[in-house]
Design a binder for this molecule. Structure first.
Ligand code: FMN
Length: 146
């Protein structure tokens, strides 16, 4: 069974909802999924026993990584994830932040690229909370990662 770990950061619930959709879709495809809230501290070795590594993050400030993911973000490029697959989902607001839409997700993708992991799917950028239209995109994202 493919082991999947989803690390998410969320303040108002949008990204948490996205993480829940991802969890359901991975389970529907018989993956073994664990969801980790960044509020509970993200250990440097969080992805050690995962085949598929997922980060779901909102963007804070003006294109900034959420406070509770900053330490992990800085550590990530130095973590060896060779042989694993990664994917990133972002939630952001393109109307209020057109020049920094989902910047944290874009930055996480770059950090993952330094780990030796393979990008299994294009980074998904969701406008605030996931709507019905986004479900198909998230389903395709999950299927591509497995
Ligand atoms: C203070 C603040 C700063 C934000 N900065 C950005 C930003 O730079 N880029 C972006 O795309 N969205 C930005 N947003 C929008 C949030 O990322 C977006 O609403 C997201 O869905 C929140 O996710 P959450 O409900 O999981 O906390 C910002 C929101 C707040 C409140």
């Amino acid at each position: 069974m493919t082991a999947v770990k989803i690390v998410f950061s969320s303040t108002t619930g949008n990204t948490e909802g996205i993480a829940e959709i991802l969890e359901e879709e991975f389970q529907a495809l018989d993956a073994d999924v664990e969801v980790i809230d960044a509020d509970d501290d993200v250990d440097e070795d969080v992805f050690e026993d995962a085949d598929v590594c997922v980060v779901a993050t909102y963007t804070d400030g003006d294109g900034e990584i959420p406070f509770n993911l900053q330490e992990f973000y800085e550590e990530l490029p130095d973590i060896d994830l060779d042989g694993k697959v990664f994917g990133v989902v972002g939630s952001g607001d393109s109307e209020l932040y057109p020049d920094a839409f989902c910047q944290a997700a874009i930055d996480f993708e770059k950090a993952f690229e330094a780990t030796g992991a393979t990008k299994g799917a294009d980074t998904v950028k969701i406008e605030n909370a996931a709507e019905d239209d986004d479900i198909d995109t998230l389903k395709a994202f999950v299927a591509a990662l497995l």
